[in-house]
Write a protein that binds this ligand. Structure first.
Ligand code: ZN
Length: 354
């Protein structure tokens, strides 16, 4: 028997239209900063009319965007944060909630010149894409465009206080966004299942999540609402589990690959997955019980059906990028992979996807 501890958001609610209850769940007497994606800002402001709107943030959250949101929150004397959006919006909200009561810039925390001591401001996360799992985790991924470094701010107390997963927010999302975030969730579910840090509790969640996402992702990409509900739920469950179990080599390699070749995270994970899993045997044998017989053939079919690329040709991946990727892939995710990968194995994987 393995020892483990579980950190989860204090209040998790799932269901169609559940986001409408957000105004009732915000602590009384707080001044709320509202972080949203651009297209949602009007609708979100009508949901929370008293909230202070934050400036918009870009994808692959740059530290300067998070800084602008933090400046806005400090100026408005906000003491609670609600984020409604995709992964980078949630990560911006999470970062700002953590740093709001503290001194210093986002960059100082990003580069470890200052450390987060504990609980920041009250924080609610409402995801609008099904995939990143950012609503469940205690870290925020930021990127320094000047150096290409992408890493996390983390503290157990950064776990959101309230999570509202409303699949209705994903209805009508573009097919490419649905596909790449859905594949991210699927890859996360499988990596979490075979992670060195997985345990009975996390596996009981991630195996069902992987099956559910695999079965319903093609329908979700076609904007079938029932399928979207299943993918949103699977993605939420995955987030709950991988926050405890960690991920694996797909995520280890996807981060430096994404920052040097500008491959969106979900696509990087989706494309890397089969080549990494071939090298994760016998642990990856579990794929048969998740996807059915010939699991990687079925996976490739789903990838094509969802309109995602099968290699990195269009992103201009070249041999000269390999050393940066090898040097920067040894993250926490990489350490959770059930098989240890040498630099040669990493280049072999990359070469097969050029
Ligand atoms: Zn991911």
């Amino acid at each position: 028997m393995q020892n483990y501890s579980v950190h989860l958001p204090g209040n998790i609610q799932f269901g169609e239209n559940i986001v409408q209850s957000l105004p009732m769940l915000i602590p009384a007497g707080t001044r709320v900063l509202l972080v949203t994606g651009k297209h949602l800002s009007k609708w979100a402001s009508s949901l929370l009319p008293g909230a202070v709107p934050a400036p918009p943030v870009r994808g692959e959250l740059p530290i300067e965007d998070a800084q602008k949101v933090l400046d806005c929150a400090r100026e408005a004397k906000a003491d609670a944060v609600a984020a409604i959006g995709g992964g980078s919006v949630l990560d911006a909200g999470k970062t700002v909630a953590a740093l709001l009561p503290l001194e210093g810039t986002v960059k100082e925390y990003f580069y470890g010149k200052r450390t987060i001591p504990g609980k920041g401001a009250w924080f609610a996360a409402c995801p609008t894409t099904a995939g990143t799992g950012a609503e469940m985790t205690s870290n925020a991924v930021l990127c320094d465009p000047e150096t290409g470094i992408k890493q996390s701010l983390r503290h157990p107390a950064m776990t959101p206080d309230l999570v509202l997963v409303d699949p209705v927010l994903t209805y009508g999302a573009p097919a490419d966004v649905t596909a790449s975030s859905g594949f991210d969730a699927l890859v996360q579910a499988v990596e979490a299942t075979i992670s060195r840090k997985a345990n009975t509790f996390t596996r009981s969640i991630t195996m069902i999540a992987a099956m559910q996402i695999f079965e319903h992702l093609a329908g979700a990409v076609r904007d079938d609402h029932a399928d979207r509900n299943f993918v949103a739920e699977g993605s939420m469950m995955t987030g709950m589990a991988f926050a405890q179990s960690g991920l694996g080599a797909v995520h280890g390699i996807a981060h430096p690959l994404g920052s040097i070749c500008h491959v969106p995270h979900g696509i990087a994970c989706a494309v890397l997955f089969p080549e990494v899993m071939k090298r994760n045997m016998p642990h990856a044998a579990i794929l048969e019980s998740l996807f059915g017989p010939e699991p990687l053939t079925r996976y490739m079919e789903l990838l094509r059906q969802c309109g995602l690329p099968v290699n990195f040709r269009q992103y201009g991946l070249r041999e000269e990028h390999f050393s940066f990727i090898e040097k920067n892939c040894r993250s926490g995710s990489m350490k959770c992979n059930p098989v240890e990968f040498s630099d040669d194995t990493v280049s072999e994987i990359l070469r097969s996807l050029m």
